[in-house]
Write a protein that binds this ligand. Structure first.
Ligand code: SF4
Length: 306
């Protein structure tokens, strides 16, 4: 089948099997095309949870995203689009290490980026997304906070919440962390006058040179709100989406060879078709006690972040 025939076959297979397809914005544009909903990982999980009539969900993204859908919608069958699609940042600290830290530091609140495994979420007090992290950390009752695993998002938060003592872990997103100051300087020289929008998973010295800092959806909203050209300093999927949605505008990818997440790009359109038919992907199973512990961190995220 060519791409167009495959897309048609996917639309039919979705109907035949009653499968809702969720795609993270970093997925290939062809996958975004056939998805029922695309967006940030937590937005996808919330959207699925609000659809009780949906019994089966295919998450095109990485494992922690499919896990989060399952944590919020345990009654649904949740399938990850590719068994090997994982986020390296999600397991950069072990649950045992968090437990040991807690025992040594009982007065410290443990805050986990949503990009973590279910086992890590279960060991933490609260989760955050990149768009809610500052608000949530500033609302926590504890003065000391261990922020795991992303040192870059953690240091971004620390800058805005000086009243807290933020202890950083040394994890990072390998894709965003690979961007250098020189990449930003090169982009400024190539696109003079353009704004630069950056994800806080980038290094703090990179973030400091940019005009706008935000999550995937915040960057998209920012680009819609300004008339300037914008250089996009996050995973390539965001610039691809903006360029497709607004072909008359000037959107440029910063560091185009670096800002491509190999894990997010692992899933192909053929994988999606096969997974909808039950011949590919991974059905997510989470033991109930673990799910409830992990859900508590997400519930606290909603409590403190709104
Ligand atoms: S872009 Fe970074 S944080 Fe997102 S899935 Fe890829 S490795 Fe993980």
């Amino acid at each position: 089948m060519n791409t167009s025939e495959l897309k048609q076959a996917i639309m039919q297979a979705k109907k035949d099997t009653g499968t809702l397809v969720l795609a993270h914005t970093y997925q290939d544009p062809d996958i975004i095309d056939i998805a029922d909903i695309s967006g940030d990982s937590f937005a996808l999980s919330k959207a699925a949870a609000k659809m009780p009539e949906v019994r089966r969900v295919l998450l095109c993204g990485v494992r922690f995203m499919a896990d989060t859908v399952k944590i919020l919608s345990p009654e649904k069958e949740v399938v990850l689009s590719h068994r090997k699609a994982t986020c390296p940042m999600a397991e950069q600290i072990s649950p045992e290490r968090v437990r040991a830290f807690r025992q040594e530091n009982p007065d410290v609140c443990v805050c986990a980026y949503i990009n973590t495994s279910t086992e890590l979420k279960a060991e933490c007090d609260v989760c955050v997304t990149s768009s809610t992290a500052v608000k949530i950390v500033s609302s926590l009752p504890s003065k000391k906070v261990l922020f795991i695993p992303d040192q870059n998002l953690g240091s971004y938060v620390a800058k805005f919440v000086p009243e807290k003592e933020i202890i950083l872990w040394d994890g990072c997103c390998p894709t965003h962390h690979s961007v250098s100051v020189k990449d930003v300087q090169d982009a400024k020289a190539k696109h003079p006058g353009a704004k630069i929008a950056v994800h806080p998973e980038c290094r703090k010295e990179v973030v400091a040179l940019c005009d706008f800092i935000g999550s995937t959806s915040e960057i998209i909203n920012y680009c819609k709100s300004v008339s300037d050209d914008v250089v996009i300093a996050t995973e390539k999927g965001v610039c691809d989406k903006l360029s497709r949605d607004y072909p008359e505008r000037g959107f440029f990818q910063l560091a185009p060879t670096k800002l491509v997440c190999p894990n997010m790009k692992m899933t192909t359109l053929q994988n999606v078709y096969d997974a909808i038919l039950g011949n590919f992907g991974d059905v997510i199973e989470i033991e109930e006690e673990l799910r409830l512990k992990a859900k508590r961190s997400i519930d606290n995220m909603l409590k403190y972040g709104g």
